[in-house]
Write a protein that binds this ligand. Structure first.
Ligand SMILES: [Zn+2]
Length: 408
């Protein structure tokens, strides 16, 4: 009987504890006042706003979250998000106002302060106020030294200013925090070291050799570091050393070997060994690396040597790998001209292109990047209406968006 009573008491205490915990979760002491955090959830605006946010419908999210904050003026995180949405819409002034007003609150914890400052830094960066952005991110790091977003944004700011050494120093801190979990770090560190080396190279600083070497040691996939190291050696009359650097690129990153093709072809010719270029292309072709690029390079090499028929065969082999590459077609037209427009060869070429999957009139969904040969009114992949635009070749968009918390 006593044990039963005891158990009941324990259970009751447990229930009371749970209830107290729930209440604690719901209420938060601010400015000595109790604020009911459930109030936000009692209006549809908060929920609707979050859903629009997830769905990337920024205007509707702003509308609904704005309504929600007018009901609960204390909701820090909702205001923070609202400010970020203004920034995403390009309304930097409004974003700055919202975030600066939040900073004025006397009751912010250090963590909250750090996050509002981070948002403010992003606003400034977005608006092009470099110094104020730098200041904000450095302030975040003073409050929260391991804040990865602040570090990454600081790195990007330094990169924008071509302050490569500072960017490298910051990225090393990021790599330390990540502790090997982020495979991109080595690649980024390699590219930053390459930029430092490139500046040294332009300033005729002999340290450039060591810096390029360090970039390659950091990440052997740093293609421009191999190229620059070779160029540097070539400039000093060390052609064999240059070839060694470029051949190391081919060995380390065979799928990007074509970046060294022109240099190697020229160097082999200067060294009186043009056959080495032919052998290199054949090696890459045999391993099916890159498909069309070594074939195109080989055909150019053969055409330069007057072997137009062999060049033409290489081109027809290259074409199925990448039928959209205008460079192959142009080379074929030149080869056909050199071969007096032999009707049999033209027929082979036409046959081949007929079977290739061409996007005669390429279109792309603005929302999900689904590709189609014709414009569609309804995207079969993301099911949006009227999202197709003509696809044109254009420089790639910044892909670092996710890392810097910036809107794409
Ligand atoms: Zn789509």
């Amino acid at each position: 009987m006593t044990t039963e009573l005891y158990l009941l008491a324990v259970l009751l205490a447990l229930l009371l504890g749970l209830a107290a915990g729930k209440a604690w979760e719901r209420y938060k002491l601010r400015d000595g006042r109790w604020v009911d955090r459930r109030r936000l959830r009692e209006t549809p605006h908060y929920m609707l706003g979050l859903n629009f946010l997830v769905d990337n419908q920024v205007d509707q999210a702003i509308e609904e979250l704005g309504q929600a904050t007018s009901l609960d003026t204390d909701a820090l995180e909702v205001r923070m998000i609202l400010g970020n949405l203004y920034r995403q819409k390009g309304q930097v002034g409004r974003a700055v106002n919202v975030h600066q007003a939040l900073l004025q609150r006397p009751d912010l914890t250090e963590l909250e302060q750090a996050y509002v400052l981070l948002c403010l830094g992003l606003d400034f960066r977005h608006g092009g106020f470099v110094d104020r952005a730098l200041e904000a991110f450095q302030e975040v790091l003073r409050l929260d030294p391991r804040n990865r977003y602040a570090l990454v944004n600081l790195q990007k700011l330094y990169e924008d200013q071509h302050q490569w050494a500072e960017a490298l120093r910051v990225r090393e801190q990021v790599a330390k925090i990540d502790g090997g979990r982020h495979p991109d770090n080595q690649q980024i560190l390699g590219f930053l070291r390459n930029e430092i080396g490139h500046e040294q190279q332009r300033a005729d600083d002999p340290a450039a050799v060591r810096t390029f070497q360090a970039a390659i040691d950091t990440d052997a996939h740093t293609v421009p570091a191999h190229l620059n190291l070779g160029d540097l050696r070539e400039g000093r009359g060390d052609l064999a050393g240059a070839v060694e650097a470029w051949e190391r690129l081919v060995a380390a990153v065979p799928e990007q070997a074509h970046f060294a093709f022109d240099r190697l072809e020229r160097a082999y010719r200067t060294m009186g060994a043009p056959h080495r270029f032919v052998e290199l292309c054949h090696r890459l072709i045999d391993r099916e690396l890159q498909g069309w690029r070594p074939r195109l390079a080989l055909s150019r090499h053969l055409a330069a040597a007057g072997q137009h028929r062999a060049a033409f065969d290489q081109l027809l082999d290259a074409l199925p790998h990448h039928p959209h590459a205008l460079a192959i077609h142009q080379q074929i037209w030149e080869a056909l001209e050199a071969l007096a427009f032999d009707p049999a060869l033209i027929r082979r070429y036409v046959e081949l292109t007929r079977e290739a999957v061409f996007y005669l009139d390429p279109h792309i969904c603005r929302r999900c990047r689904y590709r189609s040969t014709e414009p569609l009114w309804h995207c079969p992949q993301c099911h949006e209406w009227n999202t197709f635009v003509e696809e044109r070749l254009a420089p790639a968009k910044d892909t670092a968006a996710a890392e810097t918390m910036e809107a794409p």
